[in-house]
Ligand binder design. Structure first.
Ligand SMILES: [Zn+2]
Ligand SMILES: [Zn+2]
Length: 322
């Protein structure tokens, strides 16, 4: 976890000098769930709501949008529509839908630490925040994402990207080139803003940009090429991520401008990691374009969430989250 005050922590960014023809796993995941309403509906289902009318009343969503998103969630096999005899149908999470819980956990953690915790369906700041409790040990705790092999808590700087089985057109020697960025002078995270997380993760271009930033892309032209996004749209999105304090821009002589993650942006690493994990597992198994190696133990990175108090691995039913 990136703690406030660790401004001198070195950042490792990797340089991909080659064009990446396949979208990252995180981008693939975003294409399925990367929509603010979709995320809100899923969160509501995780909290035990199952009926159409529940979604309408809890989310204040229009029926046209709700019908559209529920249809997509069913088509993508995240939700299953259960006909109830003599009653309204219920929407339940499938196994692949349930497996999104670690991503929602990562989002929740980011929100409590970097956002204001304000989303339309979360109590405002002045109200008591929901507690996170590990029911097995009975303690209030902060979950930690640990490496399966060495149990070290995973930090963004401790991972290194490599070509995965779905990575095409590898030019020898280029895909694993890393360079150490100059000592970070990360700007203070900007004042927390309402809806930041939803704007970042719930907008497919913003989240794709975030994933690309973690991939090491820094230049306007790199984002443009990687995301196949038009220049005007890219300008808008970069501007928004700058305003939200996720990216900062730095100009160099020669008029080249680089976009880098702020600490607030770097703190989103577990969310991106969970998007990658989920996408690799459920959408395109065995064709991950990029895999991450955990530098401390040199194994391919597999992360699991553990209780920060008793260190046991967490499972979905053992935490009070939503
Ligand atoms: Zn490890
Ligand atoms: Zn515990």
């Amino acid at each position: 976890m990136i703690k406030a005050g660790s401004t001198s922590a070195p950042l490792f960014f990797f340089d991909f000098n080659v064009f990446l023809p396949s979208p990252s796993s995180a981008q693939r995941t975003i294409s399925v769930i990367g929509d603010a309403w979709t995320l809100r509906i899923l969160r509501t289902v995780f909290r035990g709501r199952r009926r159409y009318s529940d979604f309408v009343s809890e989310l204040g969503i229009s029926r046209a949008v709700l019908t559209d998103r529920l249809g997509k969630l069913v088509a993508n096999e995240l939700l299953i529509r259960h006909a109830i005899e003599g009653g309204h149908p219920e929407y339940r999470l499938t196994e692949r839908g349930l497996d999104l819980w670690p991503m929602f956990l990562a989002m929740w953690l980011w929100e409590t630490e970097w956002g204001t915790g304000v989303m339309d369906d979360v109590p405002p700041v002045e109200q008591p925040r929901p507690m996170l409790m590990h029911t097995v040990c009975g303690h209030k705790m902060r979950p930690q994402l640990q490496c399966q092999h060495c149990s070290v808590v995973i930090q963004p700087f401790d991972t290194q990207a490599e070509a995965g089985p779905g990575y095409l057109h590898i030019e020898p020697g280029t895909q694993s080139m890393f360079r150490r960025a100059s000592q970070s002078t990360l700007a203070e995270a900007s004042a927390a803003q309402a809806h930041t997380l939803m704007r970042v993760i719930g907008d497919r271009w913003n989240s794709a940009l975030l994933a690309a930033a973690f991939k090491g892309l820094k230049l306007f032209s790199e984002f443009e090429k990687d995301l196949r996004i038009g220049p005007n749209q890219l300008s808008d999105r970069l501007g928004e991520l700058l305003n939200l304090g996720i990216l900062r821009a730095r100009s160099y002589t020669g008029a080249r401008q680089e976009y880098r993650l702020t600490r607030k942006g770097v703190a989103m690493f577990p969310i991106v990691l969970e998007m990658m994990r989920w996408g690799d597992k459920w959408l395109w198994p065995a064709t991950a374009p990029i895999v991450l190696r955990h530098k401390p133990c040199d194994h391919l990175l597999v992360g699991h969430w553990h209780c920060g108090h008793c260190k046991m691995q967490l499972s979905r039913n053992e935490i009070h989250l939503f």
